[in-house]
Ligand binder design. Sequence first.
Ligand SMILES: [Fe+2]
Length: 247
Amino acid sequence: MEKMIDIHNHLIPKFDDGPASLEESLEMLKHAQEQGITDVFATSHFNEYIPPEMEHDYFFKLQDLREEALAQKIHIKKSRVTTLCDQGLYVLIEFPMFQTPEGIEEVLFRLSMENYIPIVAHPARYQMVLEKEERATQFVQFGGLLQLNAGSILGHFGRESQKVALKLLRNGIPHFIASDAHSPDGRNFLLRETYDFLKGKLPESYLRDLFYNNAKNIIDNIRIDSVTLPAESTKRGFLKKLVRKFR
Ligand SMILES: [Fe+2]
């Protein structure tokens, strides 16, 4: 795997629980570059409680980071807001870790109906999925794509999370593996390590989709059409058709 793209990380300094300074952000970017990561999408936390002025702050910080990275010759090609990559197509969504809010599937389905493609961040970290892993498949049935965290695969979020992540991968369900990097010393960009861990366990072509091709489709504004559903879910012909129809 020469090239990789990271679609989920908290790279912007002093914005959420990501890096504490511009220097730390740059350190993370250098680490990403060393691994062969060519593009990163800066995906700081946004929710309905974030005031508009903070949004401005986000873009200023992103700009600072871009300029400084360029000055230090870090050739990460792009860095954009994953909330759609400025293209109005893909949305990265994170659900609560421990609660199970009502209507998650409905949210995914509605987004699909409105022609968005929702990407569910780290399904293997949610309590609701650890308790009932078919829930992750359901997210796909309702129009979502799945992004696993590198840390789940490597076992950094516990054995259960790792077990679920690997099972989903063996069934070919997830579409992306991303770092969800937060800081230079704790959770950093771990894509190379994760690729090495998975090499030989999954078909190389699937690994290429997970680490590069699918993310490249986001950048190029191409819809990912082939949604893989495990065999047992094909009984639900109705849902499958619906999902297909809106993709
Ligand atoms: Fe995150």
